[in-house]
Design a protein around this ligand. Structure first.
Ligand code: 0PR
Length: 398
């Protein structure tokens, strides 16, 4: 990097600069960022958005869902998007919002659960594998997280979860596609427990929401996780992960409108008279919602199924390759396009650093490496990654 590009810009120039000069400056400054197209990003649950979604997003940048009186048609498209996502999750009558991402969706879900339960110092039962957005939610909402251990299959131990229920429990959270290993908790059993104890059940399918609905038709073992299960009250599903939508695009879906009502706030002064908002954000991107709407209609179920088929096919190629490398193994058989890689002999932190030196970006968990096979990953990337892993393992052995 030249000293020119390394210099930090800290002043607003007195006189504005020509656009071309700024574009060049930006090109230089942003060079250090990794790109999805390089194939080196194997740690991300996001990907290069679909070109059609980008086009739509750019076109509607001025839309603000925070003011329905100005953008009633955009709000209607947001609601149609929620219905489409609802039908993907077996409940076209679901209510909800397109939000900034999985974190906001999970916060909103626990916010609703807390308000519905009306309990002092409430508790939320989550698996230890739950995403850290639940820690943020518990801190913000003054809820205590009760973290439940996992069983041998890395799912929340359902028996322990049931025992953890007390008079203070306001919600149980099940994960449908865990951040670390893509594992799906036994949502069916959680649904039974939640119904029996009359407790709110939230399912975090931020990642799995755009994968699990297609497993059956692709010949993989289907897993119950959605509104078909009567105990499920809300689901997080993120279009900006496997939905191929531009960031920011998360989704929070409630079984029915009564649940989202629990967090709705009146905004009295907007042009259209009194309005209600049921999101954490006020001003929020209409372009995001419209882009998701357009992409769902453009790709259709078949388009998304094809994306999932390709990612899962590559995932299994990766698994086979890893199992052929002496000293490496997978943590557990993948359900989704997420693979945990472990080593009996070598500290995974060392492998992580060696991969980093070769430009690979994977995620480092406590005792395994996580690889996520997203739509930007090509077969050639997997091949090169496996070759590098093989070389690293050989070098570390000698
Ligand atoms: N729920 C689950 C199951 C998640 O895996 C994530 C994010 C969230 C909720 C939160 O979603 P937002 O990040 O949209 O708020 N999981 C990814 C992860 O932690 C996020 C991510 C994405 C990290 C891309 C890195 C990256 O390059 O791995």
């Amino acid at each position: 990097m030249s000293s020119e590009t390394a210099r930090r810009t800290s002043d607003i120039p007195e006189q504005g600069l020509p656009q071309n000069a700024i574009i060049n400056e930006l090109e230089a400054k942003l060079q250090r960022d990794l790109t999805y197209s390089s194939g080196k990003i194997l740690c991300s649950m996001c990907t290069n958005p679909h070109s059609f979604a980008k086009q739509i997003y750019r076109k509607y940048l001025e839309k603000n869902l925070g003011d329905p009186s100005l953008f009633p048609a955009s709000i209607e498209l947001e609601q149609e998007t929620i219905s489409m996502l609802g039908s993907l999750l077996s409940n076209p009558k679901a209510s909800g919002s397109i939000v900034s991402g999985g974190t906001e969706a999970n916060i909103i879900a626990l916010w609703a659960a807390r308000n519905l339960a009306k309990k002092e110092r409430g508790e939320v039962i989550v698996p230890v594998s739950a995403h850290h957005s639940f820690d943020k939610a518990s801190d913000l909402l003054n809820l205590k997280l009760i973290k439940v251990k996992l069983n041998r299959r890395f799912q929340m131990d359902v028996k322990v979860a049931e025992k953890a229920i007390t008079s203070k429990t306001v919600a149980i959270v099940g994960v449908a596609g865990s951040t670390g290993l893509g594992v799906v908790d036994s949502i069916r059993e959680l649904s039974e427990i939640a119904s029996a104890h009359n407790i709110y059940l939230h399912v975090d399918a931020a990642f799995g929401g755009f994968v699990l609905p297609f497993l059956k038709e692709l010949g993989y073992k289907p897993l119950d996780f959605d509104f078909r299960l009567p105990g499920v009250c809300s689901i997080t599903i993120d279009p900006h992960k496997m939905g191929l939508a531009p960031i920011p695009a998360g989704g929070i879906l409630f079984r029915d409108a009564k649940m989202s009502e629990a967090i709705s706030m009146k905004v009295p002064y907007l042009t259209g008279g009194e309005m209600k908002q049921s999101t954490l954000l006020g001003t929020r991107s209409g372009a995001s919602a419209v882009a998701v709407w357009a992409l769902l209609r453009h790709l259709g179920r078949a388009g998304y199924a094809a994306v999932v088929k390709r990612c899962l096919g590559l995932t299994w190629k990766l698994v086979e390759g890893i199992q052929r490398i002496d000293g490496l193994d997978i943590v557990t058989k993948p359900t989704l396009n997420v693979v945990g890689i472990k080593s009996e002999r070598i500290d995974v932190r060392v492998i992580f650093q060696e991969l980093r030196k070769r430009g690979w970006a994977v995620s480092l968990f406590l005792d395994y490496l996580r690889v996520v096979i997203m739509p930007h990953t090509e077969p050639s990337h997997i091949k090169r990654f496996l070759e590098d892993l093989q070389r690293i393992l050989e070098n570390l052995r000698t």
